[in-house]
Ligand binder design. Structure first.
Ligand code: HEC
Length: 163
């Protein structure tokens, strides 16, 4: 090889290395695409309609957040209900709504006027509908820990420390 040729080949090699390096660096620093909203519902249209009607009529949103809807003047630190169906099952919700004293099932840290009220006075069918609706409110696996942590902190008022 003549000196001129060597020089050109070296230049080409440097450019090629630079291009590969840059591509690898870009791959490494690329951001994950926005995964979107983690909450979804598995309810049938009938359960969704009946459940959200009850939810509205009974003013659950006075104390809870669901689908980011909450009372503007809300100051009750009740757990958000988005994804709650991934933390508990339908039978649990049914028992909870049917309990004369829900705090025996789930202890509270709040003053009486802010606590979860008893819905034992509702028809059985209405309690079943509410339970099915709650159980359908799911969260994607990648957001399950955050959901569990937020619930724990609302219920206890303490920072969450996984065991
Ligand atoms: C007066 C405020 C208030 C109202 C109204 C209310 N809740 Fe609650 N709810 C709470 C609080 C506070 C808790 C947490 C337990 C406690 O402190 O009693 C709770 C707990 C819950 C839980 C259990 C959450 C968990 O972490 O597992 C569910 C489910 C629930 N409520 C659903 C409802 C539904 C459905 C309605 C309407 C039918 C409703 N709540 C109405 C205040 C309220």
């Amino acid at each position: 090889m003549r000196t001129g040729e060597k020089w050109i080949w070296s230049l080409i090699a440097i450019i090629a290395l630079w291009a590969v390096g840059r591509a690898l660096w870009q791959l490494g620093t690329q951001h994950e695409p926005d995964p979107g909203i983690p909450f979804y519902s598995t309810a049938t249209p009938e359960i969704t309609r009946a459940g959200s009607d009850l939810y509205r009529q009974l003013n659950c949103k006075n104390c809870h957040t669901l689908w980011t809807v909450r009372d503007m003047f809300q100051s009750v630190p009740a757990p958000a209900l988005d994804g709650i169906g991934s933390l508990r099952d339908e039978q649990w919700f049914y028992n909870y709504f049917s309990a004369a004293d829900p705090q025996t099932i789930l202890p509270t840290r709040l003053k009486p006027q802010y606590r979860m009220p008893s819905y034992a006075h509702l028809d059985e069918q209405e309690r079943r509908t509410l339970a099915a609706y709650m159980a359908s409110l799911k969260v994607q696996d990648w957001y399950l820990d955050e959901t569990r942590q937020a619930e724990y902190e609302k219920l206890t008022g303490k920072p969450y420390r996984p065991q």
